[in-house]
Write a protein of this length. Structure first.
Length: 125
């Protein structure tokens, strides 16, 4: 009743649960995507752009293998990837050992804050 000084409690036991958002890794584990979790851990960063999940490989020098990027791109449903490194900007057609080709946009570190602008350029070209 309104104005009743006694608060009402449900009959039985009340248990409070605190829920927090899942990380992407926890989400993959919960949905049973073990294979995706394996590839997810090999790519240091991923960027969500439009309906794409774009892998971003970060290298400390101008050269280096892109093995984890190859694994990701082998399973990706698109053909776009990014690489950050200590060199000049350029775009290239790359291919994984299985033969699938993809567009690789290679950016210097200082352009990391402009990834979405460069992805717009890469995808709309």
């Amino acid at each position: 009743m309104i104005g009743d000084p006694k608060p009402a409690f449900p009959v039985g036991r009340v248990q409070y649960l605190y829920m927090y958002p899942l990380s992407f890794d926890e989400f993959l584990a919960a949905t049973g995507e073990d294979q995706a979790r394996k590839y997810y851990h090999t790519i240091p960063y991923i960027v969500s752009y439009r309906h794409y999940v774009i892998p971003v490989e970060v290298k400390s020098g101008k050269t280096g293998t892109l093995r984890s990027l190859y694994q990701f791109m082998n399973r990706a449903d698109h053909a776009f990837a990014l690489r950050l490194y200590a060199g000049p900007i350029h775009r290239t057609k790359a291919s994984i050992p299985d033969g699938k080709t993809y567009d690789l946009l290679i950016l210097p570190y200082f352009l990391a804050g402009k990834l979405h602008d460069y992805l717009t350029w890469l995808i709309n070209e």
